[in-house]
Design a protein around this ligand. Structure first.
Ligand SMILES: *Cc1c(COP(=O)(O)O)cnc(C)c1O
Length: 480
């Protein structure tokens, strides 16, 4: 049964709070507010007990899938477990109740935390400076591309093109376009890596940057990355790294050492802050000294023991310091794990992905057989020949209580199933996933219609996703 709306559950006069009687005389509202501003009727809000409200939201939360419930192998999204200690720290009044316009002197601890987070991100990536302003990965991409434009313009160099491999995440060309550049695709070779010959042919003085994810969206490391960076720099262009896949590199490889000049992080992926309906994101951008002056403001500096907010450039991308509640959680995660712990995150993420790949690559096609890092991409082509699409397999997984992988991405793999287990899954839960994937493959042969009707155990089955996006009914006529 779908959970009814709260509006159908209340009863007049029921209360979820108890307030003490006021200890000052209470005058009618109209003595404070002119009557023409006062509403004529009471709002029709549901009146509920605390228990009803709690059960309502608990019931809703178990209808949806989340990582607290079971595995969430959504490739490229790094849906790792978010340790609850992050929430405890972010909820501390000294962080949660700070006003963004408080003078620097009254928020030294906060500024220190933000400063140290940028320092940690620089240490992890090898960059010289970082801004915490961008509010998501895509926002970080936009910031990075605008920094690249400022860099070229400051040298009186007009460039129009950003090169992007054909395996890129969709936000890459979108950010390029919003930043006023033209995106041009570079081909992947048969190994799923950048075709360096094709890159060479497309490099000239009109190219502002190459935008790359490494490991790429197939989970494969660009082995020729230093040659690629050298060729790009030779033409006066910069190297942008989409850092969404940093989970594979923590403590192992520094993007700066691979030749990148600008990069964004996804704190909500790599650094364990909730995302995907679970909360806001944060997409800090790191740069080399050559680009530092173009970082958005405010930028925190440390002189002696004093932290101050300063302006490097006149640009701003978010209100105040960005989504700093998210930064507190990421900071907590980094401090809890330390350098050794972060390295083990990457090692175990890689181990888990390779274990799954080795166990599943006979049951499903593996179009790019290289050794992946933290994620890998299967193809449902074989199952499609039996009449079952990858979408059906994804839906059938929900019946078995796990979230579906990313499907139909990257675009260079037909019927793609992009699987990222993350380091936080145990061997038992990986084995469970392998068992489920093999069971579904068997069902595709023996009972394809059952797979095509899936899911049958979820509160809702197949939704019209296009209509849900275009024809939304989010404001019901309840409030009068
Ligand atoms: C998630 C992701 C992005 C975009 O990040 P958001 O925080 O979702 O805006 C960009 N590139 C890749 C490879 C990603 O996985």
């Amino acid at each position: 049964m779908p959970e009814p709306l709260l509006f159908s559950k209340g009863s007049p006069g029921r209360m979820g709070v108890s307030l003490p009687d006021p200890d000052v005389p209470v005058k009618p509202l109209k003595e404070y507010i002119p009557p023409n501003f006062l509403r004529q009727h009471r709002p029709r809000l549901p009146e509920l007990s605390e228990m009803q409200v709690m059960r309502h939201f608990i019931n809703l939360s178990v209808q949806n899938h989340h990582v607290e419930k079971n595995m969430y192998p959504l490739g490229s999204c790094t849906m790792k477990y978010n340790p609850k200690v992050n929430e405890d720290v972010a909820a501390k009044p000294g962080f949660a109740h700070v006003h963004p316009m408080q003078p620097d002197d009254t928020v030294q601890g906060y500024l220190q935390l933000l400063y140290e987070t940028s320092e940690y991100l620089c240490e992890i990536s090898g960059f010289d400076a970082a801004s915490l302003q961008p509010a998501a990965g895509a926002h970080g991409e936009l910031a990075g591309l605008m920094i690249i434009r400022d860099y070229h313009e400051s040298r009186n160099d007009q460039r129009q093109i950003i090169l992007i491999p054909d395996s890129a995440h969709g936000t890459n060309p979108a950010s390029v376009t919003i930043a006023g550049y033209k995106a041009r695709a570079v081909k992947s070779n048969e190994l799923g890596l950048i075709d360096v010959g094709d890159l060479e042919r497309k490099l000239d003085h009109t190219v502002a940057a190459l935008m790359l994810t490494n490991p790429n969206t197939l989970g494969l490391f660009e082995r020729e990355i230093t040659t690629i960076a050298e060729r790009v720099h030779h033409h006066g262009a910069l190297m942008y790294m989409d850092g969404a896949n940093m989970n594979a590199l923590l403590g192992l490889v520094k993007p700066r050492a691979m030749g990148f000049d600008v990069m964004h992080f996804n704190l909500h992926k790599t650094f364990s802050t909730p995302h995907g309906g679970g909360g806001p994101g944060s997409g800090p951008v790191g740069v080399t000294n050559a680009c530092k002056t173009f970082l958005p403001s405010p930028y925190i500096t440390k002189e002696g023991e004093r932290y101050t907010r300063q302006s490097l450039s006149p640009s701003k991308l978010a209100t105040f310091m960005g989504n700093i509640g998210v930064v507190v959680k990421a900071y907590t995660y980094i401090r809890m794990l330390g350098a050794k712990g972060l390295r083990r995150v990457a090692e175990n993420a890689i181990l888990n992905a390779n274990y799954l790949k080795s166990q599943l690559s006979e049951t499903y096609d593996l179009p790019y057989p290289g050794m992946p890092l933290h994620e890998f991409v299967l193809s449902g082509d074989r199952q499609k020949r039996q009449g079952v699409k990858t979408l059906d397999i994804a839906k059938r997984l929900l019946d078995y209580g796990v979230h579906a992988p990313t499907v139909y991405f990257p675009l260079i793999v037909s019927e793609a199933l992009m699987i990222e287990p993350t380091e936080t899954e145990s061997k038992e839960s990986l084995d469970n996933f392998i068992h489920i994937m093999k069971t579904i493959a068997k069902e595709c042969t023996e009972n394809p219609d059952m797979v095509k009707k899936a899911p049958t155990t979820t509160p809702v089955s197949r939704l019209d996703e296009a209509a849900a996006a275009r024809d939304q009914d989010i404001k019901h006529d309840f409030c009068g």
